[in-house]
Design a protein around this ligand. Structure first.
Ligand code: ADP
Ligand code: MG
Length: 464
């Protein structure tokens, strides 16, 4: 994957195609139309904007949406950054908030359209931390409090609390955010910090071997006070790089330099890594993060709305928190969409607008919805009980499980709102319903027996 040459222009064109469907025409014309894909390297995607004004707007208002869309196109995580680019039509001074990475001929688009070829020294100590990913802006809830506390501890005393610290979670749940937050603290303490995606680490390593510059590679990585390595699951299957990582790790660890890595799966599931690496990783502290519960989702939306400088009514935030779950990035994207729609149509941010903005999205993503009655019938039949038991008050283990599964499927497959689910189930509170759904969502990640049960129910649903 790392050797594939991907043309940033065609990636961005594909992304623009998707964005065109997701934002209003006015927003598209104003902000997106005159942008270009500048470069894609080491997991960094740089987008060129015609001027600083557009750059600012894209950064502030469309960051998540754009990241999400590019990740969808590429099917892998990227860090998105913007710069003013002459090739996108403007003429302003290149205002490089984020330094433009070198554009080597091999992944350049038609060479004549690139205004200049930058050459950075191979391992320039660039700190590419997202200014928004700080501890201040991280909302703590039950689902992530352990990871947050560990990150704070490591940032307070690098190298002497948990080393290494490994954070894992599903996508879009805040790993990169916490990793950058640790980095910001360390930079403020005057430490030399390397943040790298595993992809970049791999590319650096392969390049060093190919070009006979392994000494520089070693100097670069082993002289850091702190190494933050994102998405270590990308080491799977890359034996040569694993070797490089192993030695880097040992050198840093022996010198009491802090190492923090993230993974989208538990260390035990990184089975393809060499055993010795696995045992090194578990030698410190391993913490996981789960999808946030509804209260935390609401708190996150409040923070994001405030950051975007918008006064969004509580009812709107509640509606979004109900609709989007198990991925904070999508949650944020839904809020941005609503804000963008309000701007473009010059209408107030209210429940009506949200229904329009979100329903558009949901409609385009979902196929046929399951009728709620059928969901109830099928779940009740599967658990060998009547619908009245699902809607009743009995709390024995089996009934409670059946009820939670019903809640989950009513949300997932019947696309009912939490309040509506509460009504169908005998007048339960929407928070109770939210917790029930979340419990199943989390449990499905770890309980294969439950996964089979839910799959069977869905099969029965599809067959009816
Ligand atoms: P991951 O690396 O786990 O895929 P990210 O760290 O990229 O996820 O998070 C995705 C988005 O969600 C980011 O914009 C991040 O700021 C936001 N986010 C995730 N968790 C939280 C949280 N607890 N509080 C505030 N923002 C969050
Ligand atoms: Mg990440």
């Amino acid at each position: 994957m790392t050797t594939t040459v991907i043309d940033p222009r065609s990636v961005w064109d594909a992304a623009l195609g998707e964005l065109q469907l997701r934002v209003t025409r006015a927003n598209y014309e104003t902000w997106l139309k005159h942008t270009v894909g500048v470069s894609l390297r080491d997991g960094e995607f740089v987008i060129g904007a015609p001027n600083a004004f557009v750059l600012e707007a894209l950064e502030q208002r469309m960051f998540s949406l754009i990241s999400e869309t590019i990740e969808h196109v590429l099917n892998e995580p990227v860090n998105v950054s913007f710069r003013v680019s002459m090739s996108s039509g403007g003429s302003s001074v290149a205002e490089d908030r984020v330094p433009a990475p070198p554009t080597p001929a091999r992944d350049a688009a038609p060479a004549s359209t690139e205004p200049a070829q930058f050459e950075w020294p191979p391992y320039t100590r660039l700190i590419k931390l997202n200014a928004r990913y700080t501890f201040d802006r991280f909302v703590v809830g039950r689902s992530n409090e352990l990871a947050h506390a560990a990150a704070e501890a490591v940032a307070a005393k690098p190298g002497s609390t948990y080393n290494p610290l490994v954070m894992y979670s599903g996508v879009g749940l805040g790993k990169t955010h916490l990793l950058h937050a640790i980095g910001h603290r360390a930079v403020a303490m005057g430490l030399s910090v390397i943040y790298a995606t595993t992809e970049k680490f791999t590319n650096d390593y392969i390049k060093a071997i190919r070009e006979g510059t392994t000494e520089e590679f070693r100097d670069h990585y082993r002289n850091a006070d702190m190494l933050l390595l994102d998405d270590i699951q990308f080491l799977i299957g890359k034996e040569q790089t694993q070797e490089g990582f192993f030695h880097t790790f040992n050198a840093l660890h022996m010198a009491n330099r802090q190492i923090v890595v993230t993974s989208d799966r538990p260390v035990s599931a990184l089975r393809l890594l060499e055993d010795r690496i696995q045992s090194r990783l578990t030698g410190g502290l391993v913490v996981d993060m789960q999808p946030p519960a509804i209260e935390t989702r609401l708190a996150i939306l409040k923070v994001k709305a405030e950051q975007a400088g918008h006064d969004v009514p509580e009812s709107v935030l509640e509606l979004l928190a109900e609709r989007v779950y198990d991925n904070v990035r999508e949650l944020e994207g839904s809020l941005n969409r609503v804000i963008a729609l309000a701007h473009a149509t010059d209408s107030p941010i209210d429940v009506d607008l949200v229904t329009r903005a979100i329903d558009d999205m949901v409609d385009s993503l979902t196929t046929r919805e399951a009728p709620p009655d059928l969901v109830l019938d099928t779940v009740a039949a599967h658990f060998g009980m009547g619908i009245d038991a699902l809607a009743g008050r009995k709390r024995d283990k089996k009934t409670a499980l059946a009820r939670h599964v019903a809640m989950y499927l009513l949300r997932e497959d019947a696309k009912l709102r939490l309040t509506a689910i509460g009504r169908v189930l005998g007048g339960k509170d929407h928070t109770t319903v939210g917790h029930g759904c979340d419990r199943i969502a989390v449990q499905l990640g770890v309980d294969s027996a439950l996964r089979r049960q839910v799959a069977n129910i869905r099969e029965a649903l599809a067959a009816s």
